[in-house]
Design a binder for this molecule. Structure first.
Ligand code: COA
Ligand code: AMP
Length: 623
């Protein structure tokens, strides 16, 4: 069937479309009801279905006689470790880990925070939570202690699973002291921390709270899968919003499993026995969906790569991994390919490798700029697919439906809406924009399975953040347009979220941290264009009168402050001290104008500006 037919059916008959998708999975109790509102009035998929996501992802394949097939290849150029896990081995390790967590008091609905580097134990811990019906919340390793503390306080976990260290290129990052600091800062105290001791650095364990992963596992008995309702949460994943408090995106079990399984074929054209490599991190949604859940649910082999596209050891790393594991499709952020191009412009490091297994390159996390698109396409001679989605949706909103009917791509476009997503471009009054006209990108409700169910512990925030702008629509926070043929072009966020090397960050949160410095009177943080990382944050600060320190020393303190409070991943390294910030007469800082000046774009002086001379001051500093 052609894309247009499939897509039309998914919107016209959503219940029958998604029931059909759901029927491909091994439920304990197949749902009778397909879509019905929950107590908050929010439409939920398969509310009376019963399943276990871990069962579907592991045990089912073993039961089908595919236990020997490889589920996961772990490849770590930073340690030299390589290990392959069959579905059966992974199932056994997960069952044991689930038994260990159960012994520590973790049961259905309990939360477990996972703060780990890219090691197999992170995947095992996630699936072990799913096995128990517990809710995991993975926190990306590049976040600072206070970010981890905020997530511990919000998710209130019984157990935290962590590791002694992560390895960033040639730097060993001690995780345990960060975890200890976070627990010191948090009001909520987990009962236990289970720590994977890595040979590169042993962590100091504080008994009886801290346990050694290997010792605790040695005492455990395997645990069986616990049936849960489709609407029971599988995980909470925190993402940047407009304030300093991250939003806990809640993903359910049933809709998620259906969407993940469906997307592996529809979006990526991957099926049992194929090898899929999402070069991301389990701390991000890409890692949740496409390193862990979707490939395993679909019986696809996944690659867990603890390394970078460059410097581990060189810009040939991606090509080496593709050849080594016979990868059929890779998914990475455009910034990774820009890094490879920068380090190896002539692509000489590609020469030793045979990439015959590779069929498609997928990119997301930030806009795929046409230059990177053409470079990768010409280099590999393969389809390069940009696809657009977000933590909230869990899978592609727009993409090229490779498993239904590949359509001709257009550089700069995320292509067409995926089944179930009624994507609209709305003007300020909520009316559909004409083709070519930019507006807010919104999705008409209901959202398809797999999208967020709520914000953890704060449904009102969910409604305010996503549902209150346009009645009957989910607001994505992105701006863009559709062309005459319905191709969707995503042009950037309409709020203060920025994308740094494919990592989603909040400039509002950075502003809160910068403004907390005693010398700062006011500040603005904007995302400015960067050739490698897409965007980088730039801070402009006005100092209080009488500050007795050089601009350089204040700037250095602010850089350190953001690194300490938000994390190195923010890449907050540029700070300029200015006399004043351009503002409207009502006192609103003109951040868009600042960004345009920094990016050397044409701009129009807003008629509402309070003091036009402020522009000259900014231009001088940013020249
Ligand atoms: N734990 C601890 N620290 C981490 C970390 C982690 N998991 N991940 C990143 N950091 C730190 C880095 O060490 C670096 O610190 P530094 O300022 O001391 O050098 C900082 O955070 C920024 O890291 P990163 O963005 O990775 O920058 P880089 O310069 O080391 O590498 C790229 C540049 C382009 C190679 C890298 O950003 C990259 O691979 N990007 C792809 C991102 C991606 O896959 N995103 C997922 C969305 S699909
Ligand atoms: P995250 O929640 O971290 O996945 O970030 C989601 C945001 O990243 C989106 O709202 C977009 O702003 C941006 N983004 C992700 N993929 C793309 C893409 N293919 N094109 C343009 N922007 C993208």
């Amino acid at each position: 069937m052609k894309y247009q037919d499939v897509y039309a059916r998914s919107l016209q008959q959503p219940e029958s479309y998604w029931r059909e998708q759901a029927s491909q999975l091994p439920w304990y109790r197949f749902p009778v009801t397909t879509l019905a509102p929950d107590d908050n009035g929010w439409p939920r998929w398969f509310p009376d279905g019963e399943l276990n996501t871990c069962y579907m992802a592991l045990d089912h394949h073993v039961a089908q006689g595919n236990g020997d097939q490889i589920a996961l290849h772990y490849d770590s150029p930073v340690t030299g470790a390589r290990q392959s896990f069959s579905f059966e081995t992974l199932r056994d390790q997960v069952a044991l880990c689930a038994g260990m967590l159960r012994d520590l008091g973790v049961g259905k609905g309990d939360r477990v925070v996972i703060y780990m580097p890219m090691i197999p134990e992170a995947v095992v811990a996630m699936l072990a939570c799913a096995r128990l019906g517990a809710i995991h919340s993975v926190v990306f390793g590049g976040f600072a202690a206070s970010e981890l503390a905020a997530r511990i306080d919000d998710a209130t976990p019984i157990v935290v699973v962590s590791a002694s260290c992560g390895i960033e290129v040639d730097q060993v990052i001690a995780y345990k002291p960060l975890l200890d600091q976070a627990i010191d800062q948090a009001w909520h105290q987990p009962a236990h921390c289970v720590i994977v001791q890595r040979p590169q650095l042993q962590a100091k364990l504080m008994g009886p709270r801290d346990l050694d992963w290997h010792q605790a596992l040695a005492r455990a008995q395997p645990a069986d899968c616990v049936p849960v309702l489709a609407t029971d949460p599988l995980y909470i994943l925190y993402t940047s919003g407009t304030t300093g408090k991250p939003k806990g995106v809640v993903r359910d079990n049933g809709g998620h499993a259906v969407a993940m399984h469906h997307s592996m074929r529809c979006v990526y054209n991957m099926g049992p026995g194929d090898v899929f490599w999402a070069a991301s991190d389990v701390g991000w949604v890409v890692g949740h969906s496409y390193i862990v859940y979707a490939p395993l649910l679909a019986g696809v082999t996944s690659v867990l790569y603890e390394g970078k596209p460059v410097r581990t050891p060189d810009a040939g790393a991606f090509w080496r991994v593709i050849e080594q594991y016979q990868v059929n499709a890779i998914f990475a952020a455009p910034t990774a390919f820009r890094a490879i191009r920068k380090a190896d412009p002539e692509s000489t490091l590609l020469n030793p490798y045979n990439l015959a297994s590779l069929k498609t390159v997928f990119m997301a996390g930030e806009r795929l700029d046409p230059a990177t698109y053409h470079w990768v396409k010409n280099l590999l001679g393969l389809p390069v697919v940009d696809h657009w989605w977000q933590t909230e949706t869990g899978w592609a909103i727009c993409g090229n439906p490779m498993g239904i009917e590949p359509v001709p791509p257009k550089a700069g476009s995320a292509t067409l809406p995926m089944p179930g997503y009624d994507v609209r471009i709305l003007d300020a009054n909520g009316k559909d924009c004409a083709a070519g006209e930019q507006g807010s990108v919104a999705i008409k409700l209901p959202l398809p399975p797999g999208c967020l169910a709520t914000v953890w512990g704060d449904h009102a925030r969910f409604v305010n953040s996503y549902l209150s702008v346009f009645d009957g629509y989910y607001t994505t926070g992105d701006g863009g347009y559709k062309d005459e043929q319905g191709y969707v072009f995503i042009m950037g966020r309409t709020d203060d979220v920025i994308n740094v090397a494919g990592h989603r960050l909040s400039t509002g949160e950075m502003e809160e941290i910068v403004a907390g410095h005693k010398a700062v009177a006011e500040c603005a943080v904007v995302g400015v264009a960067d050739d490698l990382k897409g965007q980088l944050p730039l801070g402009l600060v006005v100092l209080k009168d009488g500050v007795d320190a050089s601009d350089e020393s204040i700037a250095a303190e602010l850089v350190q402050r953001v690194r300490d409070k938000l994390g190195a991943v923010a890449c907050f390294k540029q700070v300029k001290v200015v006399d004043r910030l351009p503002k409207t007469r009502s006192g609103k800082i003109l951040r868009r104008l600042i960004r345009q000046i920094a990016d050397k774009e044409q701009y129009q002086t807003p008629s509402t500006i309070d003091d036009p001379a402020a522009i000259g001051a900014i231009e001088k500093v940013l020249a």
